[in-house]
Write a protein that binds this ligand. Sequence first.
Ligand SMILES: [Mg+2]
Length: 180
Amino acid sequence: MLRIFYPDMYVPSILDINPDELRKHGINTVLLDLDNTIVPRDRDSFSPEIKSWLKGMLERGFKLCIVSNNSTARVNKLARPLNIPCVVRAIKPMPGAFRRALGLLNTTAAETAVVGDQIFTDIWGGNRLGMFTVLVVPMPGKEFWGTKLVNRRLEKLLLARISRLVSHKDKQYYVRRKKG
Ligand SMILES: [Mg+2]
C-alpha cells in the first residue's frame, strides 16, 4: 500500500544521478522539481555545479522540463537562460502538470523520470503515472511553511522505511523494486 510513495532511486543530490544509469532504464526525459531539488528555495540562481549538470544532460540528448508548484516569474527567471521548458503552478501530485510536460516534450511516461525532494508531490505524482522516480535529499534552505508542517513529518516515517530498502549498485542508490 505504501509502495506508491517509494521512489525507484534515492540519492543524496541530483549530482549523484548517473545519466548512463537512467539510459539503462530506457529514460530519455527528466522532469525536474525546482525548489530544494535543483535550487534552494531562498536563492534565485543555480550553483555552477547544478548548471553544468543540467547542461551536461542536455548535451547528452536528454529532454528536460522543470515542473514546479512555484510561481511563473521565479521559475522562468531560472530556467530561461538555460533554455529549459517549464510547467508552473503544477499542483503536484495531481497528474495534469506531468501530462502537460510529457506533451510539451513529445515523450511518454515509460521513458521519463521524475526527480524531486518530496515524496508527497514529486514521487507520488510520478509513480501514479508509472514514471521512474528519483528522490533527492532536499537542499538546505527555507521551506514553504505548509511543507514543513505536514509533508515533512509524514515523510520522516516513510524515509525510515525507504532507507532500509536502499541497496547500492554501481554507486547508484536503488530502492528495491517497489512493484511485484
Ligand atoms: Mg521541492
